[in-house]
Design a protein around this ligand. Structure first.
Ligand code: M6R
Length: 353
């Protein structure tokens, strides 16, 4: 049941610290900085990686592909519905990773089957033991998030990000004590986000907005896309995520005083600086700005509201920042009286192409 919560979505958002601890269990070694996935022991996988997925899982796949590239493995994420093995191209040397919570999404299964037919090694990153993806792929990495009932994916996104970070570290043989320490700190950092009320206030302030925009760079770009998907899915309002640098190539025309812009800015590097430049462009037009930030840069100065992310490195901060956006979407939908767990027209698992 809902264990006293009004909605499964709220329960599942709040389950993220526990879900992540399960996901990490037995897989991280702090002393050596190594990730050990027994699922991949003895498998040599230092080859280009193609990820396929839909919806929220695609946003996790984009994040996973970025990490793999960062750690020296050529990688690309595709929407499963747009993937054609012969056009990519896929052969016996390819590794294809299907990211799918349910393990039953028709588009993702089709892409994996095509990859398999072309001789690729297939890996399922899934939540459901015994699902079609788990049964049909050569290898399985379970994200161990526990059952997710709400149509909107929340805790499974965090667990996909965590699992893909470990998969990327393992495939690229990336070792870092700092990363391992940081990963271990994610559950507590998410808990501190869950314990504060700012997201609810922001939701109440902008529940009547005409549209919502989300901008981010690097690891925060998939978070911007995911923040917008969650918002549109459960509030039925126009929401869109953009790579921050794309704003002035078109989307800026949409920005008005009625369209709050959520800027996800973590760290204090070049990426943060550039996104702050984009935030200034927006702010100059009288548009409300909500900064989702770890406070390491000065983005807060240009924002009307700040949603805090307890600081750490950029990779794991993106996981924590996303939880703030899940909460804004939830409380906005709550404010609007929407059917949060079962949004109109949508199904939990999309088993038709
Ligand atoms: O089960 P899957 O991860 O394959 O599902 C993919 C999408 O249908 C799913 O993530 C969908 O976008 C969610 N409802 C988003 O909240």
């Amino acid at each position: 049941g809902k264990s006293g919560y009004d909605h499964y979505m709220r329960k599942e958002i709040n389950e993220q610290p526990a879900a992540l601890r399960d996901c990490f269990r037995g897989r991280l070694d702090e002393l050596s900085g190594r990730v050990t996935l027994e699922e991949f022991e003895g498998v040599e996988l230092d080859r280009p990686v193609t990820l396929v997925a839909c919806g929220t899982s695609y946003h996790a796949a984009l994040f996973g592909a970025q990490l793999l590239r960062e750690w020296g493995v050529p990688a690309q994420a595709f929407l499963a519905s747009e993937f054609e093995a012969d056009a990519v191209p896929i052969d016996a040397d390819s590794v294809v990773v299907g990211v799918t919570q349910s393990g039953e999404t028709a588009d993702t299964l089709r892409a994996l089957r095509e990859a398999s037919a072309a001789g690729a090694t297939t890996i399922a990153v899934t939540n459901v033991v015994g699902s079609s993806a788990a049964r049909e792929c050569d290898r399985v990495l379970y994200i161990r998030a526990g059952p997710e009932i709400s149509v909107a994916a929340t805790k499974t996104f965090a667990s996909q990000q965590a699992a893909l970070t470990m998969l990327a570290a393992s495939l690229s043989d990336h070792r870092s004590r700092e990363l391992v320490r940081e990963l271990r700190s994610v559950p507590d950092r998410i808990q501190s986000v869950l314990d504060e009320g700012a997201a609810r206030e922001v939701a109440a302030t902008y529940a009547d907005a005409g549209a919502y925009f989300f901008i981010g760079r690097g690891y925060n770009y998939p978070v911007a896309l995911e923040g917008a998907l969650k918002m549109k899915e459960i509030t039925y309002k126009h929401a869109e995520g953009f790579a921050a640098g794309e704003l002035k190539h078109g989307p800026l025309a949409l920005v008005t005083e009625q369209t709050p812009v959520f800027a996800i800015v973590t760290g204090d590097g070049r990426r943060a600086e550039k996104t702050i430049g984009n935030v200034k462009e927006v702010e100059a037009r009288g548009t409300p700005v909500v900064a989702v930030t770890d406070g390491q840069s000065e983005v807060g100065r240009y924002a009307d509201h700040v949603l805090e992310v307890p600081p750490a490195g950029e990779i794991t901060s993106s996981m924590v920042a996303n939880v703030q956006l899940q909460r804004v979407a939830y409380w906005t939908a709550h404010e609007l009286g929407r059917s949060i767990d079962k949004p109109r027209n949508l199904a939990k698992s999309v088993t038709v192409e």
